[in-house]
Design a binder for this molecule. Structure first.
Ligand code: GLP
Length: 261
């Protein structure tokens, strides 16, 4: 696992975007795993600039969103289908037909989850999964106690997650109680994981994910188990890392051949 600590949240977005842009430049039809929430917004804003300037062409890139609320109409501004369309597909110039979001309205949710897994497999899997992390350590909507082998499925949102996400809704009661999320097993199957976190309220979750025991108590700790995982955080989110000085040292002394920016 590579841990990159940067001075500001803006630089987190910049460096993570550079990594993703590099992949799409090398492989124009790359399959991206798309996180929602506030953490990756700076990444998408940077990628949109690269798309507009013609530096990177996302028109052949494919995408699979990590998760979706159950029961929220697709046109609801906080449905992840809406968020992916307005923050990712449109600004990056992706082809909407190549971008999927789990269906939180399917009459048979279990069948829709299985179909989502088949759709990911049918394109050869996700090349790079973008991740944020919840204050309770969740990734996607895999709340504490999620199985490391879990696949896309229905989950009950933790009260803390509902409270955290209430800021996007009119009132806490409007936050759905259930969701559909790629499983931890699905996430572990991606070729590469890039997690971003900003701000002091993520410091504890980042420390537990990066340096704590690998445990479903903190689903983000699965990154330690992945072959190619990068964690990019700002100073505030890095505040709980015991080995911060070592991570800074390794990043500063990275050999040129190992650099991705
Ligand atoms: C959300 C999303 C996750 C996200 C996390 C953190 O509810 N389902 O994918 O990483 O919780 O959210 P934020 O980035 O807004 O802090």
């Amino acid at each position: 696992m590579e841990i990159v600590i940067l001075p500001t949240a803006a630089e987190v977005g910049h460096i993570a975007a550079a990594k993703i842009a590099g992949l799409v430049t090398r492989k124009p039809d790359a399959v991206l795993g798309l996180a929602t929430g506030s953490s990756p917004l700076a990444i998408y804003a940077e990628l949109a600039i690269l798309a507009r300037s013609g530096e990177v062409d996302f028109s052949r890139a494919r995408g699979f969103a990590l998760d979706e609320y159950v029961g929220l109409p697709v046109e609801h501004p906080q449905s992840y289908a809406s968020v992916i369309r307005t923050e990712v597909t449109q600004p990056l110039g992706m082809d909407a037909a190549l971008v999927r979001v789990p269906d939180g309205l399917a009459p048979d949710l279990a069948a829709a989850c299985e179909e989502y897994e088949r759709a990911i497999a049918s394109v050869g899997g996700i090349d790079l999964q973008i991740l944020g992390i919840g204050a309770n350590g969740h990734v996607g909507f895999n709340e504490p106690s999620s199985s490391f082998q879990s696949r896309t499925r229905i989950k009950t949102l933790a009260p803390q997650t509902r409270a955290d996400n209430a800021r996007f809704f009119g009132s806490p009661d409007e936050v759905p109680t259930h969701c559909v999320t790629q499983g931890l097993g699905t996430i572990l199957d991606a070729g590469e994981l890039v997690m971003v976190a900003q701000g002091a309220n993520k410091a504890d979750a980042v420390a537990r994910a990066v340096e704590g025991p690998i445990s479903s108590r903190c689903p983000g700790s699965i990154l330690q188990w992945h072959r190619r995982a990068t964690v990019i955080v700002d100073e505030a989110a890095a505040a709980g890392l015991e080995l911060a000085a070592y991570y800074r040292y390794t990043y500063e002394n990275k050999p040129d051949w190992q650099r991705w920016i």
